[in-house]
Design a protein around this ligand. Structure first.
Ligand code: FMN
Length: 394
């Protein structure tokens, strides 16, 4: 079973990711992992921190001579800002005078609920772990999952559909357009529609000007997924449920939609369900001759992939750290004060999309290994090819 966990705090020494269950013999492309980390750091509206950090993954275990060896893969991502925080956040007792307390919890952040829960008198430790800096570790783990999926012909990418009130006019973006975004060396808002991207940029500019923040919507697309990942057999094995939980677990994601899910609730069945056709000659590396004219289900029916592209949308609330802070209460005096402000992003929708890709890739890799499981990549591929042949002959 593929298992994934992270450790590390926002201003601690490093982030840690542990991925176990990766079959032996998977070629690990470190440059690809670092490129994914770079993608997470991009986007118009990011805070100053992104300028001082260029994340790279340092693999400690589970990979030898360039390939996985079947044992847990552990990696670290150094926090370059640690040098400025060693005295504020020492592992040892340190000097209490040098600690950087967060005394006025930010509405919308984890500060207040976390301090109450863990019985901290201020919120520093809470935000250190609640912070989305953690998502860098997910992106590194997700990159390894992507390498595994690539061997099965599956690619996972994302693009941005909306920032604040600015949205793409046509939400149906072809896969080739999404893929072409990926090769860009400069990422503005990772939107496939240049006109909409300009409007999105204006939303961010407005937030920057007014000391506010903006949320938005990203869409993760998984291309080349064979039918049959996930199952209707048990509630906790349904692919849609697993993907929803995985994407919702990202910081600031407050709603997840599988394709046209929300709109479908208000539409007649005849306009929602994807008619089935059959083409005798299989094309485009498809798994079966069964085809759909539309993909409103967005690749999942009955908790299983159906062979079409899987589309998962994440809806992000606006960042809660505001340069023009909202009202809060001081932990010490209980007086009304302005909420704490610490260098912060204003818009993170493209970066969250990269985090969403990682979560979708980890989920699909887990389901793929459950279906085609094996201890080596060769064994997985044999099982996969056997299934592909079964589909061909169906
Ligand atoms: C990529 C990314 C970067 C983020 N950067 C910030 C930030 O700079 N400042 C901030 O207040 N929140 C930021 N957030 C959101 C917070 O981490 C999140 O709102 C907070 O942990 C509370 O969790 P919740 O919004 O899921 O309830 C970011 C989220 C993501 C996905």
């Amino acid at each position: 079973m593929l298992r994934f966990s992270t450790a590390g705090e926002s201003h601690g020494e490093a982030l840690v990711a542990v991925l176990s269950g990766v079959p032996a013999g998977l070629k690990i492309d470190s440059a690809f992992i670092d490129r994914e980390l770079w993608r997470r750091q991009q986007g118009y509206g990011r805070g100053g921190r992104m300028k001082i950090e260029r994340d790279t993954a340092h693999i400690l275990s589970g990979v030898r001579h360039g390939a996985s060896i079947g044992s847990p893969i552990a990696l670290t991502i150094e926090n370059r800002d640690w040098k400025n925080w060693q005295e504020a956040l020492p592992v040892g007792a340190g000097d209490p005078e040098k600690h950087k307390a967060v005394n006025s919890p930010r509405p919308g952040h984890a500060d207040l609920a976390g301090a109450l829960k863990y019985n901290f008198k201020e919120a520093r430790y809470v935000l250190e772990r609640a912070s989305a800096r953690e998502s860098a570790a997910r992106v590194a783990g997700g990159a390894i999952a992507k390498l595994l999926l690539r061997g099965l012909g599956i690619e996972v990418l994302s693009h941005v559909l909306a920032v604040g009130g600015a949205a793409v006019r046509d939400a149906e973006i072809p896969w080739e357009k999404v893929r072409s975004l990926h090769s860009r060396e400069e990422v503005l808002l990772n939107c496939a529609d240049p006109e909409a991207e300009e409007r999105m940029k204006a939303e961010v500019d407005n937030a920057l000007k007014t000391g506010d923040s903006v949320g938005g919507v990203f869409e993760v697309v998984a291309h080349g997924v064979p039918p049959g990942l996930g199952t209707y057999a048990n509630w906790d094995e349904r692919l849609d449920a697993l993907l929803a939980a995985a994407v919702m677990s990202l910081q600031a994601v407050k709603a997840v939609e599988i394709g046209s899910g929300v709109g479908a609730a208000a539409s007649p069945g005849s306009a929602v369900h994807d008619e089935i056709a059959y083409a005798r000659a299989q094309s485009d590396g498809r798994y079966t001759g069964f085809t759909r004219r539309t993909n409103h289900a967005c690749g999942i029916e009955g908790g299983m992939s159906n062979g079409e592209d899987i589309l998962v949308r994440g809806y992000l609330k606006p960042i809660s750290t505001l340069r023009r802070p909202l009202e809060s209460v001081d932990f010490r005096t209980r007086e009304t004060v302005k909420a704490a402000y610490e260098r912060s992003d204003v818009c993170v929708v493209p970066a969250a999309g990269v985090g969403g890709e990682a979560m979708v890739a980890l989920t699909l890799a887990r389901c793929a290994l459950e279906k085609f499981g094996g201890d080596s990549v060769g064994e997985v591929l044999r099982n996969f090819e056997g299934y592909r042949e079964q589909l061909r002959r169906f």
